[in-house]
Design a protein around this ligand. Structure first.
Ligand SMILES: [Mg+2]
Length: 294
């Protein structure tokens, strides 16, 4: 059934994304701290999703599909979301995937019993469609001594949570927002000592993530797109944070479409207010309901 291009959802008024960053959004709007490259577009997005059977849906998880929880282990999968994703997978011949910074094991724990093809650990591991084979980026090593330095940063005060994702490490300060500046300063000092070629700093929403160089979500997305049932389709990627920029950046290679959540990021052509809107849009898409463009 034809779907109009806009992931427009009829529910209340649509907020404009903030013009400048705030502590909740970190630098999601623009990694360089300058003005966003794209303004919030008109509600009618410029791309057409009229050919439902020729798209692939690629979804970031935290902050995109799921609401961010105070602690990363506490994220909640709302009722019906698994069914929506399952139905969508059926509609798209399997071309639905997660693209997350979490390890695959963690993604599976959250969505059990649903197992979708997935890019995990920011591209460090990929579960292929079909046989479920897992491809690992074997050269990825996060130096334990370096990791230990980030654990030390958490001692700046209570409320700083270390999330060790194996391939990367994240420091959450959602529960201690007043320590955000100190966390960033400490991370910057480690970065200066280690050398910029060693790892990347990925600031997010009340979190900063440290990831070795050599892999990212964009590389993972490209890998999936080279294999059935993704190959030949147009990827529709939805993401919300700095770690998603690499995925947005490769979309033009596949004539893909990027949608952001909570604030326009470079490469995105439409912005959802929050994960709830994304879930509703996916639900409508999975049911073949025409999504009304304004
Ligand atoms: Mg996210």
């Amino acid at each position: 059934m034809p779907l109009h291009d806009a992931p427009e959802i009829k529910r209340g008024s649509r907020k404009q994304p903030p013009e400048k960053s705030d502590p909740e959004r970190g630098q999601a709007n623009d990694i360089n701290g300058s003005k966003p490259a794209l303004k919030n577009p008109a509600p009618t997005a410029p791309h057409s999703l009229s050919v439902l059977d020729n798209i692939a849906i690629m979804l970031d998880v935290d902050g995109t599909l799921l609401d961010i929880a105070p602690r990363p282990q506490e994220v909640f999968v709302p009722k019906n979301l698994r069914e929506t994703l399952q139905r969508l997978r059926g509609q798209l011949d399997g071309a639905v995937a997660f693209v997350s910074g979490r390890p695959l094991e963690d993604i599976d724990r959250i969505f059990t019993p649903l197992k979708l093809p997935a890019v995990g650990g920011h591209g460090a591991e990929i579960r292929m469609p079909g046989d479920g084979r897992i491809k690992r980026h074997t050269r990825v090593v996060f130096d334990p001594a370096l990791k230990a330095q980030f654990y030390e940063v958490a001692k700046l005060g209570p409320g700083i949570i270390v999330e060790d994702k194996d391939y990367s490490i994240a420091l959450h300060y959602r529960l201690a927002p007043h320590l955000g500046g100190k966390v960033m300063d400490a991370v910057a000092a480690i970065y200066d000592r280690a050398g910029s070629h060693i790892f990347e700093i990925l600031p997010g929403k009340s979190v900063v993530e440290l990831k070795p160089r050599g892999f990212n979500k964009g590389i993972g997305l490209k890998y999936l797109m080279r294999h059935a049932p993704f190959a030949g389709r147009k990827p529709v990627f939805i993401g919300d944070d700095t770690t998603d920029h690499a995925a947005f950046a490769v979309l033009p290679d596949f004539k893909g479409i990027g949608y952001s959540v909570g604030g326009i990021v470079p490469g995105a052509s439409f912005n959802f207010d929050g994960p709830e809107d994304v879930r509703l849009w996916l639900e409508l898409l999975s049911r073949g309901v025409p999504v009304e463009a304004r």
